[in-house]
Design a protein around this ligand. Structure first.
Ligand code: ATP
Ligand code: MG
Length: 432
């Protein structure tokens, strides 16, 4: 390295890697609220939290998600471990949850086992609004027991309850059934779809052309404007479902209706991961532009077995937390409160001792308190309190301390009153 380049390197300003970002206050308060609501709502449906590791053997994702999917074929961050084995940052968490189910012998627990997770996922994608390389998901999985349609419906009901509690309005639920992998059901359909796609191949873009061989269902997912009219002419999977899958799908819809969950059917909803079967669903939200899916999910009955476990039913979903937050912010629901409850403006050594005591008592009672570390004139302190969005300023000077009557100023109205120290907390609690 030349001296000049070395100097330049030294002065280099570091920035977060493209497609990653810092989540900062006050926005992180909204992230916390969104996650807290998930903990609360999912608990009412009997789910427990799982925290799987952030990296796993590459082979786990290749096998579970599918080698031909975009996620595995081009989006994973993979690297060699010390023993030369390949590990990957997780692009999703369903594979990990299934691995954990098998590893911990959860099939001996009362079934189904209901688990949820929150945390970062990693995909090497082209960054844009609502699409990041490190993004966050809140997901849930139901493993074991039966594939009763009521389970599919309850999972979706829980999701919609969650979106409602978190304040997301205008969300639309789309559902579909993509059958299962046996003869005469999805396989028969895929063969027909492939044949139909071959006939219109030259009218499709390069991605869809490639997918005719690798993953024909995924063509239905195309957002390319020029392909829409052609896709509309392709055969529908609903016409090819076997009797069992048809009955299952009809029952899921009935179960949703009993629960008062509104849905729209979308025959093109196939999802991008290989493990899905039968019920698939997606939820879109307003204010997100073309990245408008805030949640995707579906049934994946064969997955645990595919990963070496016993035959196990499974269904789950993953919410894109970044997009959920964006949508809440767009609709004005995302205003996070950053301010403090009380700013303590103090002057003088005696007042400082009282201020420290007051800060401790107020914080113990759950109020957020700002205690300036150095003495400042009252005028400056009140200006600071305003800037921080404090609701009250507690003014402590020599007079207040010697009279044992403290001054509390309500900053929105400018109103001031005197309170004896023991009454302060009760007074503030009454104002909440
Ligand atoms: P998309 O079609 O938008 O790429 P996907 O089919 O890849 O979504 P899933 O793997 O099912 O998505 O993940 C579930 C949810 O996670 C998506 O609906 C979306 O909200 C969110 N998500 C997926 N990839 C990203 C990303 N790169 N950045 C932000 N959120 C994402
Ligand atoms: Mg994707």
């Amino acid at each position: 390295m030349s001296d000049a380049t070395a100097k330049k390197e030294e002065r280099r300003k570091f920035q977060a890697i493209r497609g990653t970002r810092d989540l900062l206050p006050p926005e992180t308060a909204l992230w916390n609220r969104v996650e807290q609501t998930a903990h609360e709502v999912f608990a009412t449906f009997g789910y427990g939290e799982i925290r799987p590791p952030i990296f796993e053997p590459t082979e786990l994702f290749a096998r579970a998600v599918g080698g031909e999917t975009d996620i595995v074929s081009k989006e994973m961050y993979s690297f060699e471990d010390r023993d030369d084995s390949s590990i990957s940052l997780r692009p999703e968490a369903t594979a990990s949850v299934c691995r954990a189910y098998i590893e911990h012998g959860m099939q001996i627990l009362p079934q189904p086992v209901k688990l949820y997770y929150t945390g970062p996922m990693f995909r090497r994608e082209r960054p844009q609004k609502g699409r990041y390389r490190q993004f966050y998901q809140i997901g849930a999985e139901v493993l074991g027991g039966t594939d009763a349609p009521a389970i599919d419906a309850e999972v979706i009901e829980m999701l919609m309850t969650y979106f409602d509690k978190v304040g997301l309005h205008g969300a639309t639920l789309y559902i579909n059934s993509i059958g299962h992998n046996a003869e005469n059901c999805r396989r028969g359909y895929v063969a027909q779809l492939k044949a139909a796609l071959e006939k219109v191949k030259d009218q499709l873009g390069p991605d869809s052309q490639r997918r005719i061989d690798t993953n024909p269902l995924r063509v239905l997912d195309s957002k390319l404007e020029s392909e829409q009219a052609i896709i509309a002419t392709l055969p529908h999977i609903a016409d090819h479902l076997c009797d069992d899958c048809k009955a299952h799908y009809a029952a899921v819809k009935r179960q949703l209706e009993i629960r008062g969950v509104l849905y729209e059917e979308n025959w093109r909803l196939v999802r991008g991961l290989d493990y899905y079967m039968r019920t698939t669903f997606e939820i879109t939200a307003p204010g997100l532009g073309s990245q408008n899916a805030v949640c995707g999910g579906g049934r994946y009955d064969g997955l645990v077995e595919l990963l070496g476990g016993p035959p196990t039913k499974g269904i789950g979903f993953a919410i894109g937390e970044d997009r959920l937050i964006l949508s809440l912010q767009e609709s004005g629901k995302g205003q996070a409160q950053q301010g403090r409850d009380v700013y303590i403006a103090w002057m003088g050594e005696h007042a400082y001792a009282a201020a420290i005591r007051a800060a401790k008592d107020l914080r113990n009672a759950g109020f957020s308190v700002e205690l300036p570390p150095v003495e400042q004139k009252f005028g400056k302190a009140l200006g600071q309190a305003d800037k921080l969005g404090a609701k009250y300023a507690l003014i402590l000077g020599d007079n207040e301390v010697s009279e044992a009557l403290w001054t509390l100023k309500t900053l929105s109205t400018g109103e001031q009153q005197k309170l004896p120290e023991p009454e302060l907390i009760d007074y503030l609690k009454r104002q909440q």
